[in-house]
Design a protein around this ligand. Structure first.
Ligand code: ADP
Ligand code: MG
Length: 298
């Protein structure tokens, strides 16, 4: 395509909320035949809400959420925000009453958080976080976690001083246009894959709802990158669509990185194309535009 055609293409994109950072991005988008999707915040809204709580220890629901919120208020993760919002409702923390102070806060990427609150060590996160810290999960807790996963929810465990204090489930529904977009991509001979840091149960349930057949779950940021490199070595031209800090290495590794506009600044910076309206349909708008730009002049 001529520089003018590229300018026109990027200009049209901009009017439709598709920010294309240069001609190379548009040219690669034209060749894409495989799209790797992040789950949370990309295929789903990324605004999870707490839907179930089960406290195991002889502890009140208020105390449970006070500990959980004290640790999670330090995290930017959408699940952390859901827990803090829910805690506010339970504790009626309207007047900005501060959460108990947390020390030694650690965010374990893709697993959860740890902190010292009062004199207790608290962890909030997935089974992997608990396993890595040798915290046993009871059959009762396992059952609630499995049930949540079957419903495409994410089960989260809260531990206090090395023992499970309770579990909760958050729900983050699929975006309504996801299924249709995957089906249109498939009719364009573009393969869709989901790669997520979330657990296999939840990941498979969401993928089924979206109509995505290939899933990789419990994937750390490096795993997202190596999956993209593997697809590229198989001859695919790969687009990655993501919203999080954890997606940014993959957005860079892909032939075309597409960031959800509502995502984190780091993802937006790492991407070649930004979907300002945060709709999945705009992936198709971007590819259509690339196809028009690069087939017109040949
Ligand atoms: P995704 O790739 O789906 O955006 P992440 O890699 O950010 O997911 O997180 C993977 C999983 O790690 C989450 O589903 C959750 O189980 C756990 N996790 C991460 N951060 C937190 C947190 N702040 N609180 C609780 N759990 C967390
Ligand atoms: Mg995400």
């Amino acid at each position: 395509a001529t520089p003018t055609a590229v300018m026109v293409g990027t200009g049209v994109g901009a009017t439709q909320g598709v920010l294309i950072k240069g001609g190379q991005a548009l040219e690669s988008a034209h060749k894409v035949n495989c799209i790797v999707f992040d789950k949370t915040g990309t295929l789903t809204f990324g605004k999870p809400v707490v839907v179930t709580t089960k406290v195991f220890k002889s502890m009140s629901l208020k105390d449970f959420y006070e500990f959980a919120a004290a640790a999670e208020v330090n995290s930017e993760h959408p699940i952390a925000k859901a827990i803090v919002e829910h805690a506010k409702k339970i504790i009626e923390n309207e007047q900005n009453h501060p959460w108990p102070e947390a020390h030694d806060f650690v965010s374990v990427s893709g697993h959860g958080v740890k902190a010292i609150v009062g004199n207790k060590e608290i962890m909030v996160g997935n089974k992997k976080l608990m396993a890595d810290n040798n915290i046993a999960i009871s059959a009762d807790a396992e059952e609630i976690l499995a049930e949540a996963e079957g419903l495409a929810q994410t089960g989260i465990i809260v531990s206090l001083d090395g023992e499970v204090a309770g579990v909760l489930a958050v729900s983050d529904p699929l975006k309504p246009d996801a299924k249709q977009v995957i089906s249109i991509l498939s009719s364009m001979k573009i393969r869709s894959i989901m790669v997520t840091g979330d657990n296999w149960g939840t990941a498979n349930s969401i993928a089924r709802q979206a109509g995505i057949e290939t899933v990789m779950a419990e994937a750390q940021p490096e795993v997202k990158v190596s999956k993209i490199k593997e697809l590229q070595s198989c001859g695919y031209t790969v687009a990655m669509v993501g919203d999080g800090i954890n997606d940014s290495p993959a957005l860079v590794a892909a032939d075309v990185g597409m960031a959800i506009g509502a995502g984190t600044d780091i993802a937006i910076e790492a991407a070649d194309i930004v979907l300002m309206r945060s709709n999945l349909e705009d992936i198709i708008v971007a590819i259509d535009l690339a196809n028009k730009t690069f087939s017109r002049i040949r």
